[in-house]
Design a protein around this ligand. Structure first.
Ligand SMILES: Nc1ncnc2c1ncn2[C@@H]1O[C@H](COP(=O)(O)OP(=O)(O)OP(=O)(O)O)[C@@H](O)[C@H]1O
Ligand SMILES: [Mg+2]
Length: 312
């Protein structure tokens, strides 16, 4: 994809807090559509979002949103953008509508009553607008956050952890909401989350960040194909013993164990295939199964940034 076709395009962005590099050469590319932004705790997701919003100035590199500079043109960018922050505090005595009235006033938006009505309806809170926010469930509070993000009729919305702390049903409601908003209003989304299975349901693009760098990104179908092609699941007696050997193999890039199975990201299939019988014979192990993976987002993530991995 040509880099001018990305809505978000950062090049080698560095952001330091003291000696800690929160972003260390970040090349984030996000197209139109619904995209996932994933990475472990402290990987740099919230810092990235703050740079994109012009809340933090990058130490070096370039960050563009809609082709505009995130720091210099942040006012123009924000007028086309909605944001739901990771942590939101709402005044509990305000009703949902009352809270949104304040938001509309702060943003100096016109047609306030119609906007508020539309935003509440868009997030399924039409009947709860007159209730004090203090009586809302965690899921309703998240949806109020989404209503706030939608109030300026943005073309792009950033959601930092939109489904954290909400129950499975609430999560499905939120995800369906996001899908519908994309379908009906052509709004694009960037969803930062730890809940990978949620992304599977809505996203077409995935960017994976680790230690302030993008370690892989692309169309989810392409990523899944690429990782499926070189990720194998091995079912063997004594997986721990097998893992100790296979992770040293020249043919294997990474190997990890999960639910009693070994997963290998393979860089040379022939070497990998030769290695397996050697190890099982040497250690007198029984090979019960060997299969190429059909990768889910979770497996792509594990093959890139996952924990408990032996790397070569
Ligand atoms: N204001 C700050 N001052 C100092 N260090 C910070 C600050 N904000 C973030 N960091 C550090 O920068 C790194 C990236 O943090 P960031 O909050 O961007 O991660 P994250 O991916 O959003 O994590 P999480 O999943 O826990 O929300 C971490 O090491 C964090 O401790
Ligand atoms: Mg964060």
């Amino acid at each position: 994809m040509d880099s001018s076709s990305f809505i978000i395009n950062t090049m080698c962005v560095v952001k330091r807090f003291g000696t800690n590099f929160a972003l260390n050469g970040l090349d984030l590319k996000v197209p139109k559509g619904i995209s996932g932004f994933v990475g472990r705790n402290g990987a740099g997701k919230t810092t990235t979002i703050s740079v994109l919003l012009g809340l933090l100035k990058a130490d070096s590199g370039e960050a563009n949103f809609f082709g505009l500079d995130c720091w210099r043109d942040s006012y123009a960018i924000k007028r086309r953008l909605g944001v739901m922050h990771e942590i939101n505090a709402y005044p509990g005595s305000f009703t949902g509508s009352h809270f949104l009235e304040h938001v509309v006033r702060i943003y100096e938006l016109s047609q306030s009553q119609q906007r508020i009505k539309n935003a509440l309806k868009d997030v399924g809170l039409a009947d709860a607008g007159d209730r004090p926010v203090g009586t809302y469930s965690a899921g309703m509070l998240k949806r109020l956050g989404l209503a706030q993000a939608l109030i300026g009729e943005p073309e792009f919305v950033i959601l930092d952890e939109p489904t954290a702390n909400i129950d499975p049903l609430g999560r499905i409601t939120m995800l369906n909401n996001i899908k519908e908003l994309h379908k009906e209003k052509a709004i694009s989304f960037l969803i930062s989350t730890h809940i990978l299975s949620d992304l599977e349901k809505v996203c077409t693009w995935l960017s994976i960040v680790d230690s302030g760098k993008i370690i892989d990104q692309g169309n989810i179908k392409d990523l899944a194909e690429r990782y499926s092609a070189n990720t194998y699941k091995v079912n063997v007696s004594s997986p721990g013993l097998f893992l100790e050997k296979i992770h040293n193999s020249e043919g294997v890039e990474k190997a990890w164990i999960e639910d009693g199975n070994i997963y290998c990201k393979v860089k040379n299939v022939n070497v990998f295939y030769n290695e397996i019988p050697k190890i099982t014979t040497e250690l007198k192990l029984q090979l019960k199964g060997l299969q190429q993976m059909h990768c889910t987002i979770e497996e792509i993530y594990k093959a890139t940034a996952g924990a408990n991995i032996y790397e070569n």
